[in-house]
Design a protein around this ligand. Structure first.
Ligand SMILES: Cc1cc2nc3c(=O)[nH]c(=O)nc-3n(C[C@H](O)[C@H](O)[C@H](O)COP(=O)(O)OP(=O)(O)OC[C@H]3O[C@@H](n4cnc5c(N)ncnc54)[C@H](O)[C@@H]3O)c2cc1C
Length: 402
């Protein structure tokens, strides 16, 4: 009997995670990991932090070296992106015309940075998603004095923090009344803005950057209030869009990412999605969504690998959404779904350590927790936030491929 083949599209947290978890589950078939980039798999979180400050190198952020993958008999094909997918036939065509077929395909193509509309931007504005972006930003920051960050989300905040660590001036431009508002609510969002202010980051809120243009060796930013601001480096941190274009003619259901169930199964048998590209259905009946965080990508990958191996069960309902961010020497963490809360209460403060912890409630029920430099306390909430057991069982491996 021939061994099954798993083809994994995208060699980052979700893709490498799925490949290694398949081997951990005892999968003995062929595993082929494909990525459009030429670089060996690397981790993205350091790109806005330790890569910029010089505390990490390209080597130190490796997710898995080609030798480590080869030891696990995982084939790596780098440098040629997937151009098209034939979903019923479970076959992909690479940009160089190579055709690869498989029994199972895991789509883990992640997301790319959203860019400013070309009409209000100019060449040289940097977005941060891939290793080359991080290395380029590091290089331009080396000769800069002032970094402007458009968008006050976590990646933007981390870039501003890294800039300050390097002794540069940094300004964050945020069109909402507060950065982090939708994710963490006003009270905690204000605490994070206070971290910026204490570290010397200027934060301009409630204004839109309407035009970025070249001015001498640097840039000029025109805001919606009519003011004009100079900068040497401009970074757009505007969120990310799922990489699904190659699925256009595939028939795979796409709606803000690849629509899939709580086991990563897509609209087509044998085809799975994991990580930032997956519009994943939680088991607790909450709305389907894309979770653009490292830990979610890794968990999706584990779930998909176990589903392919037919080893799934309600255990997967135990996943509690989690993310972290590092800024100004502080670790910010959140568990659960603080974005859905209607009440927030601070339950721990330590001003000497700049630490705090806030509980998030909805209709009186605890649904999340967020903290700063409070990892031990925060993680104790995990058990309390585990969702109700899944009501559906995934079908057996055989059924999903029929
Ligand atoms: C700068 C930065 C900092 C971050 N910091 C944090 C943090 O502090 N905490 C946190 O929780 N999360 C953080 N994240 C988010 C986290 O890194 C992502 O959630 C995670 O990388 C998602 O992994 P993924 O495998 O789904 O997708 P990605 O990491 O996006 O990888 C997708 C891979 O697919 C490849 N690909 C795309 N299209 C194709 C194609 N057509 N053919 C072949 N290959 C393709 C890409 O080259 C890429 O290697 C950060 C992200 C960035 C960019």
């Amino acid at each position: 009997m021939t061994q099954p083949v798993v083809l994994i599209l995208g060699a980052s947290v979700a893709g490498v995670g799925a490949a290694t978890e398949l081997r951990r589950c005892g999968f003995e078939g062929r595993i082929v990991l494909v990525d459009g980039q030429p670089h060996a798999p690397y981790d993205r979180p350091p790109l806005s932090k330790a890569i910029l400050t010089g505390e990490a190198t390209t080597d130190s952020i490796a997710l898995a070296t080609p030798a480590e993958l080869s030891e696990k008999n995982i084939e790596l094909r780098l440098g040629v992106p997937v151009a098209a997918l034939d979903a019923p036939a479970r076959r992909v065509t690479l940009a160089d015309g190579t055709v690869l077929s498989a029994d199972f395909i895991v789509i883990a193509t992640g997301a790319r940075a959203r860019v400013l509309p070309s009409a209000c931007s100019c060449e040289g504005v940097i977005t941060l998603r891939d290793l080359d972006d991080g290395l380029r930003l590091k290089q331009v920051m080396a000769s800069a004095k002032h970094v402007a960050v458009i968008g006050g989300g976590f990646i933007g905040a981390e870039v501003a923090s890294s800039a300050r660590q390097l002794g540069l001036e940094a300004t964050v431009y945020e069109c909402e009344s507060l950065p982090f508002l939708r994710v963490l609510g006003p009270a905690v969002a204000q605490r994070l803005v206070d971290l910026h202010l204490a570290a010397g980051v200027k934060v301009k809120t409630g204004v839109r950057v309407e035009q970025v243009s070249r001015a001498g060796d640097g840039f000029s930013l025109r805001l919606s209030d009519g003011s004009v601001h100079p900068a040497d480096v401009v970074v757009a941190g505007l969120g990310a869009l799922p990489n699904v274009e190659f699925l256009e003619a595939s028939g795979v259901q796409v709606a803000d990412g690849i629509v899939c169930d709580a086991w990563g199964r897509t609209s087509h048998a044998g085809l799975f999605a994991a990580g930032d590209v997956a519009n994943w259905a939680p088991t607790d009946g909450a709305a389907r969504h894309r979770d653009e965080h490292w830990t979610s990508a890794r968990e999706h990958a584990r779930i998909v690998a176990h589903t392919i191996c037919g080893q799934t069960g309600p255990v997967w309902a135990e996943y509690v959404p989690y993310f972290w961010s590092d800024m100004h020497g502080k670790r910010i963490q959140a568990l659960g779904t603080p974005q859905h809360a209607d009440e927030v209460r601070f339950v721990f403060e330590d001003e000497t350590k700049g630490a705090f912890l806030a509980e998030y409630l909805r209709a009186g029920q605890l649904i999340g927790v967020a903290g700063c430099n409070a990892a031990g306390r925060l993680m104790k909430y995990r058990a309390r936030l585990v969702p109700a057991p899944a009501s559906i069982q995934p079908q057996a491996l055989k059924e999903t491929t029929e």
